[in-house]
Design a binder for this molecule. Structure first.
Ligand SMILES: Nc1ncnc2c1ncn2[C@@H]1O[C@H](COP(=O)(O)OP(=O)(O)OP(=O)(O)O)[C@@H](O)[C@H]1O
Length: 245
C-alpha cells in the first residue's frame, strides 16, 4: 500500500543547527502514528516539511504522492494540519472560523454548515460557538485549531501536540476524534510528550531523536517510559560509540 504521508531521508539544517538528519517515516491509510522525543528532537520540523511549510535541504517529502509544497488542489482539500498557529482568525467566532476552514477545503455552503455543527459538537465547543476566537482560553483555542484542521474529514492529517493544552476531558475528545478519522481511513501523524496518551491513541509510536527516527515502541504495556529511554540510549550509543580501551 502506498503511504499517504511520507518523508524519505529528509535532512534540514537551520544554519549550523541540524534539525533533521535523514528522517524517514511513512503513514498509511487508516493508521495513527505518534512521534515522541525530547524537546528539539525534530518533530515539529518534520511536520512543517509534510505540511509544505518548509522546503528541506535534501530528501523527499510526499503527501498523497505529491511534493507537499506543490500540492494539486484536489489533494490539498483532502489534507488537514495543525502545525504552528491554528488556521483561525482572532476576530471571527468559533463557528465562523470552522465554517471558513470547511469552505476553504472545498465544502459547499450546505455541507460546510453541517460539518461545522458536527465539529463544534465533536470538540465540545458548543458553549463558545459564538465567542470570538481571540477571547478563548488556550485549551479551547487548541480545540478550535483541531476543529478547523479536521472539519472537512481529511484523509491525511498532521497534528503537532494536539492535546498539549487540553484538560483530561479534552484529551479524550481529541483521542476519540483521531481514532474516528482513522477508522474512516485517514492517515494520521501526531506528536506528543505523553507516553500514556499516545499509547492509547496510536497504532505505532516512533521515537525521534537528534533529527531521526531511531526506533519504534509497541503501544500498550506498563514500561513504555523505560522502553523509550532504552531506544534513545541505544541510538546515542550507536552514534557515539565508546572508544575502545
Ligand atoms: N526556525 C528555526 N530556526 C532555527 N532553528 C530552528 C528553527 N526551527 C527549529 N529549529 C531547531 O531545530 C531543532 C528541531 O526543532 P523542532 O522544533 O523540530 O523540535 P521538536 O522535536 O518539535 O521539539 P519540541 O518537543 O520542543 O516541540 C531544534 O534544535 C530547534 O532549535
Amino acid at each position: 500500500m502506498t503511504p499517504v504521508l511520507e518523508l524519505d531521508h529528509v535532512s534540514h539544517s537551520f544554519g549550523a543547527r541540524v534539525a533533521l538528519d535523514g528522517f524517514s517515516i511513512a503513514v498509511h491509510p487508516g493508521e495513527v502514528v505518534a512521534m515522541i522525543g525530547f524537546n528539539g528532537a525534530g518533530k515539529t520540523t518534520a511536520m512543517r516539511v509534510l505540511a509544505g511549510r518548509l522546503r528541506p535541504g535534501s530528501g523527499t517529502p510526499k503527501l498523497f504522492s505529491h511534493d507537499p509544497r506543490d500540492l494539486p488542489e484536489h489533494a490539498a482539500r483532502r489534507f488537514g494540519h495543525l502545525v504552528d498557529a491554528p488556521l483561525a482568525h482572532p476576530d471571527l467566532t468559533v463557528t465562523e472560523n470552522i465554517r471558513s476552514a470547511a469552505r476553504l477545503h472545498g465544502l459547499d455552503r450546505t455541507a460546510a454548515d453541517q460539518a461545522t455543527t458536527t465539529a463544534v459538537g465533536h470538540l465540545a465547543l458548543e458553549p463558545w460557538a459564538d465567542a470570538r476566537s481571540r477571547t478563548l482560553s488556550q485549551g479551547n483555542r487548541q480545540r478550535l485549531g483541531i476543529a478547523c484542521a479536521t472539519v472537512h474529514s481529511p484523509e491525511a492529517v498532521v497534528l503537532d501536540e494536539p492535546t498539549s493544552a487540553l484538560d483530561p476531558r479534552g484529551v479524550v475528545v481529541v483521542r476519540d476524534l483521531i481514532r474516528e478519522l482513522a477508522a474512516r481511513g485517514a492517515a494520521i501523524l501526531v506528536s506528543s510528550h505523553h507516553l500514556d496518551e499516545v499509547s492509547r491513541m496510536a497504532d505505532r509510536i516512533v521515537v525521534v531523536h537528534d533529527g531521526r527516527v531511531v526506533g519504534e515502541l509497541e503501544p500498550g504495556g506498563t514500561d513504555l517510559e523505560r522502553r523509550f529511554f532504552d531506544v534513545v540510549h541505544d541510538a546515542d550509543t550507536h552514534s557515539h560509540p565508546e572508544p575502545a580501551p
